[in-house]
Design a protein around this ligand. Structure first.
Ligand SMILES: Cc1cc2nc3c(=O)[nH]c(=O)nc-3n(C[C@H](O)[C@H](O)[C@H](O)COP(=O)(O)OP(=O)(O)OC[C@H]3O[C@@H](n4cnc5c(N)ncnc54)[C@H](O)[C@@H]3O)c2cc1C
Length: 432
């Protein structure tokens, strides 16, 4: 009899943890596991703000799939369609012809993408904050703006370079802004002629609160903290336009800014709509409490792309976050094994524990099991919690080393922005 093939689409939180558990629990020859991902690594997203701030080396917040999932087949490229009808998926490798992958069991976990609004100029001048590439590009960009501001006599150029706008007050936006502002404030001492007052950091949020993940009171406290640091928090405000890098806000204010970061929410990866997967009104895959795709016994989905019923809050669905994704992966792997072996499956149930957020070095905010923490204790908890969650002993150790070195040595303030154009100097030499 042919060995059953399990295809996992996406090697992020859900995909990697599911594959890891399957790899450990499958008996020899019981099934073949293939993981298809755009990248050859899993990104630990909660550490992206610290990677952007230079507190953690970029390579240490990603986990190489080929090393961790050494018993699985890893395919790097884009899955373009998933079909339940004939149990096939279309795959486009980074180079070479497309291929069709047959499967017996399927896990759909391509996560989410930034939810963009039709704001003029946003697609041209904005940047998201979901990938390691975006985080590092932003770090280089911010440090590069300090270089520009310190080297120009033109006050307009300087003002524009030192204006940083972040749209969206969830944890991705707040943490990214707070960490980068903290880094820039620290770096300023090496930039002669620039002072903290020259910089403008602005957080634009459409609703009347930020950081809903840590609760109302902690959200309000965070606003006060950010404002004390000179950060402008504009709530109940929308970005109307960013054409030509001219920022227009709904309160009527207009100014130029070289930096526009868009973190105003996510939506399910559009891949889930490219085949015959059943979707809900929000475009998420419909799954039952056992994480089976609606009306199937062989396909599973979880994480940011799926509408997973939250059994601790009847009628609601689990919010898209890592806390759920990692636990759903565990249930999903066990249920898939149960399906393979003809055993009964168990529903996913997890009561949201709360959230921790870092707001820069030694600064944080948290609400865990109803307990509120602020300042240093919250920051310490953020680091300890995420360090324990970071996959592999290797990465945990490297991150701990980064933090330890950071206690004794100043942060790096070099902008490696030119890394995005590595052939520039070579082409210039060829022309001269
Ligand atoms: C900056 C930031 C900070 C965060 N902080 C926290 C936090 O503190 N706490 C918390 O609980 N959550 C946090 N989150 C949210 C959390 O990271 C996500 O909810 C979680 O990653 C979702 O897991 P997932 O497996 O569904 O998706 P992901 O982890 O995003 O994985 C999706 C994978 O699918 C791959 N993929 C996408 N499209 C395709 C395709 N067409 N073909 C093949 N592969 C594809 C991607 O490359 C990716 O590897 C944060 C998110 C961000 C961006």
């Amino acid at each position: 009899m042919a060995v059953p093939r399990i295809l996992i689409v996406g090697g992020g939180y859900v995909g990697m943890y599911t594959a890891l558990r399957l790899q450990r629990r499958l008996r020899r020859g019981e099934a073949l596991v293939t993981v298809a991902d755009l990248d050859s690594y899993m990104t630990y997203q909660p550490f992206l703000p610290e990677a952007a701030a230079g507190s953690i080396e970029a390579r240490h917040v990603v986990v190489p799939l080929r090393r961790v999932l050494n018993k699985c087949q890893i395919l790097s490229g884009r899955v373009t369609q998933v079909r339940l009808g004939d149990r096939k998926a279309e795959f486009t490798p980074h180079q070479g012809p497309d291929l069709t992958i047959d499967y017996d069991y399927l896990v759909v976990a391509p996560g989410s993408i930034s939810r963009l609004l039709p704001v003029p100029g946003l697609a041209e001048h904005g940047i998201g904050f979901k990938t390691i590439e975006e985080a590092i590009a932003l770090r280089n960009h911010v440090l590069g703006r300090l270089d520009i501001a310190a080297s120009t006599p033109d006050p307009e150029v300087r003002r524009k370079a030192l204006t940083f706008v972040f749209v969206g007050g969830g944890y991705a936006g707040v943490e990214a802004l707070a960490e980068l502002e903290d880094m820039a404030a620290d770096a300023l001492k090496y930039f002669e002629g620039l002072s903290h007052e020259d910089m403008r950091w602005i957080l634009v949020e459409a609703t009347d609160r930020i950081l809903p993940e840590v609760g109302l009171d902690m959200g309000k406290w965070t606003v006060l903290q950010l404002r004390e640091r000179g950060i402008e928090v504009r709530m109940g405000t929308l970005l109307k336009s960013a054409e030509g890098r001219r920022i227009v806000l709904s309160d009527g204010e207009e100014f130029d800014a070289d930096t526009l970061v868009w973190t105003a929410g996510v939506k399910p990866n559009p891949l889930v709509g490219a085949g015959d997967l059943p979707l809900d009104k929000k475009g998420r895959i419909r799954v039952d409490p056992c994480l089976r795709v609606h009306d199937t016994g062989f396909a599973f989905a979880a994480g940011d792309c799926a509408a997973v019923p939250d059994l601790t809050r009847p009628g609601e669905f689990c919010p898209p976050n890592a806390q759920h994704a990692v636990r759903q992966a565990r249930t999903l792997a066990d249920n898939l094994l149960a399906a393979l072996r003809g055993h009964s499956q168990r529903p996913y149930r997890h009561k949201y524990a709360g959230s921790v957020a870092s707001l820069g070095l030694y600064k944080g905010v948290a609400q865990i099991y109803g307990r509120e923490l602020r300042g240093f204790p919250a920051w310490f908890m953020h680091r300890t919690y995420h360090l324990t969650r970071m996959p592999t002993f290797n990465k945990k150790t490297r991150i701990l080393m980064d933090w330890t070195l950071g206690l004794f040595f100043p942060r790096e303030i070099i902008s490696l922005g030119a890394i995005e154009e590595p052939r520039k100097e070579f082409t210039l030499s060829a022309r001269s």
